[in-house]
Design a protein. Structure first.
Lengths: 300, 284
């Protein structure tokens, strides 16, 4: 191969990669905790640039799937890729593409907002020359410029969430992963967090993968949603498609236009009272519930 | 309810955020450069926290002050412990420096479990930080905190009239020893955290091991006066080597500095390896 050929090859390659490159691709992902199969041969594709909602009852396997995508869990069977990078073979490369906001309020309350963001600038190798400006820009993007030099311990729940967004944004991730970002927040804070996410997505074009229990949020802010139950995806599409699909089966209550995403959720995951549903209620393991409660109590 | 289109929106209206720098990812550090960068990041965080809240610095000064004031002064008068001609208070001071540094480091396992519970650890594990670099960073952060604590104890000892060296090179040696010792004890604590996984269990174990480590060392009395079985424990207890080095450096008493440094370096390295290997259990 001549040097010119090699150069042409190099130029071509990334383009080809980009064409069928999904933001997230899971193929036959399996994960078990002891005898419980949390994720059961999961196939999932998240397209670049979309806001993708992963919905499902407690214990459906959402968090486990998320943890495999974020390289926190090993992938025992199946494959998980983020922008073409394999999560088990190239975890460091995958992590450089990720911004992650866990379910708990994870900002360090003993540091100021600015210091919290600067820590993440440091661990993502932002050069010293650029650090202060980048941190300031991330804080401005989430509307925390004025509060930046206050201790994060004095922030409200919504402010902490926005601070965490700034922490995730400072490294310019291509995929933003949010695990129940609005859990325990009041309606106004929920809206402000979602508006923040929408604005940042608009400004950067990044892909957003989010889990949530709030169907109205998924309906309003997600381009596509997947409903998970018992470790697998039971329904996938835009919120409109899923609602239309349910009203076509005639299972929605009365007027087909009144079908909500919540009805779709109930349809696929059981009401919680039938035989199917008992497993659902047991599904959220104790630690999961305790963590959720703790988050809620910290938010106040 | 309105749907959001799948394609990225162009930034149009004025309320939209303007991002310049955040559109390009930072250039990654590669290879060995990652570890010192992460260590620095963790140490900076530790110092920033201490700057915002110095309470811990003051409250942690109380116990060593009491050890020196009550135990030290009393036993200086009794002259029950053979110290090779130096006043017992002088003999005790390096032991108390090592003890207070160890108490700080032993707390790190509880801290890492707290960080796991609060999501901080998870978030750090999703950054391009190898587990060993994260653990090393924490270990050195414990070291930085312990050095500050050591300075406090040295000042208290000096106020009580202990004749310590003020040779800057020797003090630098003291700082290195304290960092190495704290790195080992914090990694021991983080390793146990990786095994027991809950704060309650770790608190019990922490209580159960700190006192034996302290009393099973030469911090309070020379190894020669111990019964045989305790001498054996003292031989494998890194705290003994830490105290021996601190005595040699601060009091210029006879010591085995070469062995002490070597043992502490190996102990810290083993601790980092063990804690890194067990950190994954905390993340699951």
């Amino acid at each position: 191969m001549t040097a010119v050929d090699a150069e042409a090859e190099q130029e071509k390659e990334p383009e080809e990669e980009q064409q069928d490159e999904q933001a997230v691709r899971c193929d036959g992902l399996e994960y078990s905790f002891g005898a419980t199969r949390a994720v059961d041969r999961l196939d999932l594709e998240v397209r670049p640039g979309e806001v993708f909602g992963l919905l499902g009852p407690n214990g459906a396997g959402k968090t486990t799937a998320m943890r495999a995508i974020t390289t926190l869990l090993p992938v025992p069977a199946g494959m998980v890729q983020v922008f073409g990078r394999d999560c088990s073979r190239e975890p460091m490369a995958v992590r450089r593409l990720l911004g992650y906001v866990p379910q708990q309020l994870s900002a360090d309350s003993g540091l100021t907002g600015r210091e919290n963001v600067a820590l993440f600038a440091r661990v993502f190798d932002v050069s010293r020359r650029e650090r202060a400006a980048r941190v300031a820009e991330a804080l401005a993007a989430v509307g925390l410029t004025e509060a930046a030099d206050r201790l994060a311990g004095t922030y409200s729940g919504g402010m902490v969430r926005r601070l965490e967004l700034a922490q995730a944004l400072v490294s310019a991730p291509r995929l933003l992963i949010l695990d129940e970002p609005t859990i325990g927040l009041d309606p106004i804070a929920r809206t402000s967090v979602w508006e923040c996410i929408a604005q940042v997505r608009a400004a950067t074009g990044m892909t957003v993968l989010v889990t949530t229990h709030y169907m109205d949020e998924a309906d309003q802010y997600c381009d596509r949603v997947a409903l998970m139950h018992h470790g697998r995806i039971r329904a996938l599409g835009t919120p409109q498609e899923l609602k239309a699909g349910l009203s076509a089966t005639g299972e929605g209550d009365g007027d087909p236009r009144a079908v909500t995403l919540e009805d779709v959720f109930r349809h696929y995951s059981g009401s919680g009272l039938d035989g199917h549903g008992t497993a659902t209620e047991d599904g959220g393991d104790f630690r999961d519930v305790r963590r959720t409660r703790r988050t809620a109590s910290r938010v106040g | 309810m309105s749907a959001v289109p799948a394609a990225p929106h162009p930034v149009s209206d004025e309320s939209a955020v303007k991002l310049r720098l955040l559109l390009t990812p930072p250039r990654p550090r590669t290879g060995w450069r990652i570890v010192p960068a992460r260590i620095l990041a963790m140490c900076v965080v530790e110092l920033q926290k201490l700057r915002h809240d110095r309470t811990e610095l003051y409250t942690r000064a109380v116990q060593p002050a009491l050890w020196l004031l009550i135990f030290g002064e009393t036993f200086t008068r009794i002259r029950a412990i053979p110290t090779g001609g130096i006043p017992y208070l002088d003999y005790l001071a390096p032991g108390i420096i090592a003890q207070s540094a160890m108490f700080i480091a032993i707390f790190y396992g509880i801290m890492i479990i707290w960080e796991r519970d609060s999501g901080v650890l998870t978030k750090l594990l999703v950054t391009p930080t190898p587990r060993a670099a994260l653990v090393t960073g924490k270990a050195f952060a414990a070291g930085v905190k312990s050095v500050i604590q050591a300075v406090v104890v040295i000042v208290i000892a000096a106020l009580l009239g202990v004749a310590l060296t003020w040779n800057p090179l020797r003090l630098l040696g003291v700082a290195v020893i304290v960092v190495l010792g704290s790195a080992f004890f914090s990694c021991l604590s983080m390793s146990i955290a990786g095994i027991v996984l809950t704060r309650d269990r770790l608190m019990g174990i922490g209580q159960a091991i700190t006192m034996p480590l302290f009393f099973g060392s030469n911090a309070l009395y020379p190894v020669a006066v111990m019964p045989g079985w305790l001498q054996a424990i003292s031989k494998v207890n890194p705290l003994s080597y830490e105290v021996d080095a601190l005595r040699g450096l601060l009091l210029r008493s006879p010591s085995h500095l070469g062995t002490d440094y070597a043992v502490l370096v190996v102990a810290a390295a083993l601790g980092i390896a063990a804690a890194s290997a067990l950190l994954g259990r905390l993340a699951r």
